[in-house]
Design a protein around this ligand. Structure first.
Ligand SMILES: Nc1ncnc2c1ncn2[C@@H]1O[C@H](COP(=O)(O)OP(=O)(O)O)[C@@H](O)[C@H]1O
Ligand SMILES: [Mg+2]
Length: 326
């Protein structure tokens, strides 16, 4: 058993809006072990970014934490003083966003920025610059020493994302959070970044929480996957188990719609018909019911609980119960 690093425990987060409370996260519970790579997958609007910003406590002003805990090394982050939270961010927990321009300062050279983020270190400026150069090399930037003096706009999108990863790893964090880091890149670059992340993870042994709406990428990189739909976990478990034996219709549809599974070159990617329900006015019963082609009577009135099916595989679907009961 690996030691638990991050424990999300029954987390409920709302956004206060003019239309009432929008239920962005409902009863979210899952763990990330030390050195483990966990993927979170779900369509746009399912609450993935809300989850990440909650962990980092970088939430919008209308965010309301209604219930639950986010324990990091046993300490509830939601109750930590802001000063301690600031110390954690960037030192113990690092983040890479979809758009690296969000992280890079356009008017400072990459080298300057990479030296600046080592402000906690007692090393000399020359040593910091050397470490920055080594990290650029580690993420696969050729001729790193010379490139330190260049500015963000002088790098391609893929290179900028590598730099963002290098910067996130500088502090040797215990947890690296990546929110759709490859979504803006083309498929070839995406594969390169994923390969690089795998190598870096083996080198630095950090845990990674990797968010993507692309299941193929999750399958490549992650040990475990958490499938989110409309603000709730609908399935979670070992990545191979979930792929070969998905137990929630939503997961099955995600797998079918994944580019990696589509043999013929489709002009338009298939998507799951329908939309994520309005989180300010959630329907009764199962949240996926309206889009589910296997829904039974019970799904309309009762919310299926997330149940342990076998060895670490959880799913929230009445169909699994029917199989057992029949
Ligand atoms: N500050 C906010 N106020 C109100 N609603 C928000 C706010 N931020 C996000 N939302 C809504 O919360 C839901 C979850 O969004 P988000 O966490 O960004 O999902 P994802 O990252 O999976 O696309 C969406 O319905 C989104 O429109
Ligand atoms: Mg998002």
């Amino acid at each position: 058993m690996t030691e638990t690093l991050l424990e999300i425990d029954n987390l409920n987060v709302d956004y206060e809006t003019a239309r009432g409370d929008l239920k962005a996260l409902r009863d979210i519970s899952f763990d990330v072990g030390r050195g483990e790579i966990v993927g979170i997958v779900g369509e746009s609007g399912c609450g993935k970014s809300t989850l990440i910003s909650s962990i980092l406590r970088l939430t919008a002003p209308n965010t309301r934490f209604r219930q639950g805990e986010i324990r990091f090394k046993g300490e509830d982050l939601l109750r930590l003083p802001e000063r301690k939270m600031r110390d954690l961010r960037g030192a113990d927990i690092s983040i890479v966003f979809q758009d690296p321009m969000q992280t890079h300062n356009p008017v400072l050279s990459i080298g300057r920025q990479m030296v600046d983020i080592q402000h906690r270190s007692r090393a000399s400026k020359a040593e910091k610059r050397e470490l920055a150069s080594q990290m650029l090399g580690a993420v696969g930037i050729p001729d790193p020493e010379a490139r330190l003096d260049q500015f963000p706009h002088e790098f391609s999108g893929g290179m900028r994302q590598r730099i963002a990863i290098a910067m996130a790893l500088m502090s040797e964090p215990d947890l690296l959070i990546a929110d759709e880091p490859t979504t803006a890149l083309d498929a070839t670059l995406e594969v390169q970044i994923i390969e690089r992340l795998k190598e870096l993870q083996q080198k630095f042994h950090c845990a990674i929480l990797f968010i993507s709406h692309h299941l193929g990428v999750i399958a490549e990189l992650c040990d475990r996957v958490v499938v989110m739909y409309a603000g709730a976990v609908v399935e979670s478990g070992d990545v191979r188990e979930i792929f070969h034996n998905p137990k929630h219709p939503y997961t099955r549809r995600l797998i079918e719609c994944d580019p990696g599974h589509i043999k013929e070159r489709a002009r338009v990617l298939p998507t799951i018909p329908g939309e994520v329900p309005d989180l300010a006015e959630l329907p009764d019963g199962c949240v996926f019911r309206e889009r589910c082609n296997q829904a039974v009577h019970r799904c309309a009135s009762e919310v299926p609980p997330l149940e342990l099916l076998k060895g670490g595989h959880y799913a929230a679907c009445w169909l699994n119960r029917v199989e057992v009961e029949v």
